[in-house]
Design a protein around this ligand. Structure first.
Ligand SMILES: Nc1ncnc2c1ncn2[C@@H]1O[C@H](COP(=O)(O)OP(=O)(O)OP(=O)(O)O)[C@@H](O)[C@H]1O
Ligand SMILES: [Mg+2]
Length: 258
């Protein structure tokens, strides 16, 4: 596995303090504590408030959003440096659409990002190497950001968050159909000691999470801990997924399925 230099992994707990749903009723779950290395799913029908909860975390809501929720770090509201200084930033977001603001090469972009974080620009090659373990279509350091496919962009951002960004909290809103090895991406981030919060209806990802928050009408209605049975279903799904991935690759390569 990749050893990431100078990543300080101080203990960290993120707490979501419940607020209200769309009708102003209190969240049934009034407090959720999450530690490093945990993967937490957010599930619920369309319009139930999943992206809103992600946004609450992203901006460290302090009762100042429509949900009135509060987000605490180690029991306290984060200070303004943690909220705003890019080197101290606690949250990284892997968004639904990757829009790169500048058209530069992958290598230039990564070196610039490493420098802005006060890190060795040489980490760029490590990021690309790692990203290429997550996507079927290899990324070349000289590729321009704007020509990357959706899967390549997400793989690159995932590896970038794992290696360059120290942000201990990673938010992912809908990673399905992303064209990257999803469970490996989550495993990588959690393995780096990050708190991974993922909105998903993909049974494999939802069951990979240790717990999932169930949203309804804008409220956090319950938290389900993944049971042993569910975990064994996850193992089965993972096997089927591996089999399908293999078949897909065979067909992509123009070969015949035996
Ligand atoms: N607790 C809340 N209080 C007030 N408004 C809310 C709350 N939660 C969600 N909403 C509003 O409900 C609408 C739908 O919420 P949101 O986009 O978060 O749903 P979603 O579960 O992400 O849906 P989708 O699956 O379609 O992405 C938004 O306009 C949002 O502002
Ligand atoms: Mg949404």
């Amino acid at each position: 596995m990749f050893q990431v230099a100078d990543q300080t992994k101080k203990p960290l707990t993120m707490t979501i303090i419940g607020g209200v749903d769309k009708d102003g009723n209190a969240d049934a779950q009034d407090r959720i504590d999450i530690s490093r290395g945990e993967i937490i799913g957010i599930v619920g029908p369309t319009g139930s408030g999943k992206s809103t909860l992600i946004a609450d975390i992203e901006q460290f809501a302090q009762g100042d959003t429509p949900s009135c929720r509060r987000i605490l770090i180690n029991g306290e509201p984060p200070d303004s440096q943690q909220r705003n200084d890019p080197r101290k930033k606690l949250v990284a977001q892997l968004s639904q659409n990757m829009h790169f603001l500048a058209d530069m090469s992958v290598c230039e972009f990564l070196r610039m990002h490493a420098k802005s974080r006060g890190k060795d620009p040489g980490l760029a090659s490590k990021v690309i190497e790692l990203a290429n373990t997550l996507t079927g279509e290899p990324i070349d350091p000289g590729h321009h950001l704007t020509i990357l496919s959706g899967g390549q962009s997400r793989a690159l951002m995932t590896a970038d968050i794992a290696v360059i960004s120290d942000s201990p909290i990673v938010l992912i809103d809908e990673i399905e159909n992303a064209g990257i090895k999803k469970q490996e991406a989550l495993r990588l981030l959690a393995g780096e000691g990050k708190i991974v919060i993922v909105v998903t209806h993909d049974p494999m990802l939802a069951l990979m999470a240790s717990r999932r928050i169930v949203m309804k009408n804008g409220g956090m209605t319950k938290i389900i801990s993944t049971s042993k049975q569910e975990h064994s279903v996850f193992k089965d799904i993972e096997k089927v997924d591996g089999w399908l991935t293999g078949l897909r690759e065979t067909i992509r390569q123009g070969e015949v399925v035996a």
